[in-house]
Design a protein around this ligand. Structure first.
Ligand code: SAM
Length: 231
């Protein structure tokens, strides 16, 4: 890893370590607050993911999910409860974040967490979990690491990958300057390039859903990708 790349991820990890220790578990809460709410777009993302996954889960009898960049575990928990999955595992590269997730969900059967960095690969067997979900994380990866992350998702997912991306969008750029929480960079993507990378692994789109319903209005999109061959 080059020195700049290492420094970038160290700084990023530091930001999330700090958030875990100071913001009561919610990324958009002011420092030190115990605010308990998600932003409307976080809620909308989660609503869409559950809605889009439901038919696949039932038709294909999907029973397990890996939540990459799981943060403090609340969406991993939500997925486990909503779909009654046998196993949901959350992985995150911030040890402080994983500690919070573990402390919140210590006695929840079928729900576990570990420290892991997607840029270093995912320490799971090929096709170990039915679904790989990655929400609100991909835009933090340096462009050179985004393709490799897709490779890892496709290796570990038996059937489905759900990936949330920030796509290039002029309004988003003007409003945020491509910074998240005013602190970290946002690396937006071109969706056709992302889909092409998935296609190399035999994953085709079931849906590309702009979370604000129209692509023109939405800098955030959800990609639901399914392995095209039979299991
Ligand atoms: C904005 S939070 C989103 C958390 C959760 N997925 C959600 O939507 O609530 C981004 C998370 O990604 C994690 N993250 C960032 N880069 C990562 C990497 N290279 N490997 C694993 N996790 C990473 C951060 O530690 C942080 O917890």
């Amino acid at each position: 890893m080059t020195t700049e790349r290492k420094a970038y991820y160290q700084r990023l990890r530091g930001v999330f370590d700090d958030i875990a220790q100071t913001r009561g578990g919610y990324y958009d809460a002011p420092t030190g607050s115990q605010q308990r709410r998600h932003t409307p777009w976080q809620r909308l993302n989660r609503f869409h993911i559950k809605h889009l996954l439901a038919p696949l889960v039932h038709q294909q009898n999907l029973r397990s999910c890996l939540d990459v960049g799981c943060g403090m575990g609340d969406f991993s928990h939500e997925l486990r409860e909503h779909f009654n999955f046998e196993r949901v595992h959350g992985v995150d590269f911030s040890p402080a974040v994983v500690e919070v997730a573990r402390s919140h969900y210590a006695d929840h059967d079928g729900l576990s967490f570990s420290v892991g960095d997607v840029t270093a690969g995912l320490s799971f067997d090929d096709r170990e979990l039915d679904i790989v979900c990655c929400l609100n994380v991909f835009h933090h990866l340096l462009p050179a690491d985004q393709n490799a992350a897709i490779d890892h998702f496709c290796r570990v997912a038996r059937r489905v990958v759900v990936l949330e991306v920030k796509r290039f969008h002029i309004l988003h750029r003007l409003l945020t300057g491509y910074r998240a929480m005013g602190m970290v960079d946002i690396y937006a993507v071109h969706i056709p390039a992302v889909l092409a990378r998935f296609a190399e692994h035999g994953f085709q789109p079931i849906t590309v859903r702009p979370i604000f319903y129209l692509h023109a209005l939405s800098p955030i999109a959800l990609l639901v990708m399914a392995r095209s061959e039979e299991p």
